[in-house]
Design a protein around this ligand. Structure first.
Ligand code: TXA
Ligand code: MG
Length: 332
């Protein structure tokens, strides 16, 4: 694969530059990796039908092979060519696409998706993203496999420069579309016997899904269904403490809302996810704030309580994973 340092083309291109669509499509057709903005987080994209290109995603991320990828489509018509929809999944797609909902469906045998994308499973996770990525898929005429643009176990990419620092050597091009408006990954849902199981909380809340049917949350046992949900994910280098009542000496503070916890004045750095306590704003700022505090040399990161309702569930899920103990090899 072409490495970026050997090329004269700038690595980061703005989404609204005149040539960005054509260049991204050409690179993808050529089997190269392109980082694309979506409304959730940046995606590390490859042509889903090209096994070598998909393998390059795993190599760039250092991701375990058993972890399947999401196929991104430009609408329901393309999705129907890849998967079989039950009526409720079709209703959910109609209601939330383009948007931060991924549906796990039965893959069609002739779907133009390489086995590495599904990790050999009979199901395929599929989503129609909003914005630039969707234009690229329409232009390419095929689905894109795209995990979040970060090395495995690291904070998901929500900033083109941070992505360049993390993955720059492995990709042909990074399309900068600014800060993704949602800021956390898509909700992953699977319909079975008319019941919606949330495998990963994300940008579409469980409350929103409840309007369409009974919603169940998969416990940590969901690891079997969504192997990417390893406990220690989204891991900064600095240790996190959640729901703190008091900031300890040497800690940085990840704050939320207008009121501060005890000892906040001794925090070595503070990032507030949302001064006004708005969970949407907090989700959009989450990874950048974690990255900022992770880089400030604090002894630990104290996290103020975040409400459990709405998008708070997805935010807390990311924080719990970031705080989980991890093995030495994960820290590398
Ligand atoms: O918002 C998002 O979903 C972003 C953007 C780029 O679209 N993508 C993303 O992809 O978060 P990734 O690869 O970081 O996370 C995908 C998750 C993994 O936990 C994986 O295990 C799960 O989806 N997954 C993929 N295929 C699956 C399947 N067939 N059944 C169950 N879970 C699946
Ligand atoms: Mg990810």
């Amino acid at each position: 694969m072409k490495t970026v340092s050997a090329s004269n083309v700038p690595l980061i291109r703005l989404a609204d530059e005149p040539d960005s669509v054509a260049s991204a499509v050409a690179a993808l057709e050529n089997g190269e990796l392109v980082v694309l903005p979506t409304e959730t987080v940046y995606g590390l994209a490859a042509d889903a039908a090209n096994g070598e290109a998909v393998a390059a995603i795993f190599a760039a991320k250092g991701r375990p092979r058993f972890n399947p990828l999401i196929a991104h489509v430009d609408g329901i018509a393309m999705a129907e060519r890849l998967c079989r929809f039950d009526p409720l999944s079709r209703d959910l797609a109609a209601a939330f696409w383009p948007g931060p909902l991924t549906l796990v469906l039965t893959k069609r045998d002739d779907a133009p998706v390489h086995d590495l994308v599904t990790a050999g499973q009979p199901t395929l996770a599929i989503r129609h993203p909003l914005g630039f990525a969707s234009r690229i898929i329409a232009e390419l005429g095929r689905p894109l496999a795209a995990p979040s643009a970060n090395r495995s176990g690291r904070i998901s990419g929500t900033d083109a420069q941070a992505v360049a620092n993390d993955l720059g050597g492995s990709v042909a091009m990074i399309v900068d579309g600014g800060a993704p408006p949602v800021g956390v990954e898509s909700t992953i849902a699977k319909v079975e016997d008319g019941i919606i199981t949330v495998l990963r909380p994300g940008g579409v809340t469980a409350e929103e899904l409840t309007n369409f049917g009974e919603v169940r949350r998969a416990g940590h046992g969901a690891a079997i269904e969504a192997p990417g949900m390893m406990t220690s994910h989204y891991a900064p280098n600095t240790t996190l403490r959640l729901d703190v009542e008091k900031v300890r000496e040497g800690e940085a503070l990840l704050a939320f809302g207008p009121d501060r916890v005890g000892g906040f004045e001794r925090a070595v750095a503070v990032e507030n996810l949302s001064e006004s306590g708005d969970l949407r704003q907090a989700a959009a700022r989450l990874f950048a704030a974690m990255r900022a505090l992770d880089g400030c040399g604090a002894a630990g990161i104290a996290v103020e309580p975040i409400p459990t309702e709405g998008l708070g569930e997805a935010i807390r899920d990311r924080l719990i994973r970031a705080a989980a103990p991890r093995s030495e090899s994960d820290k590398r």
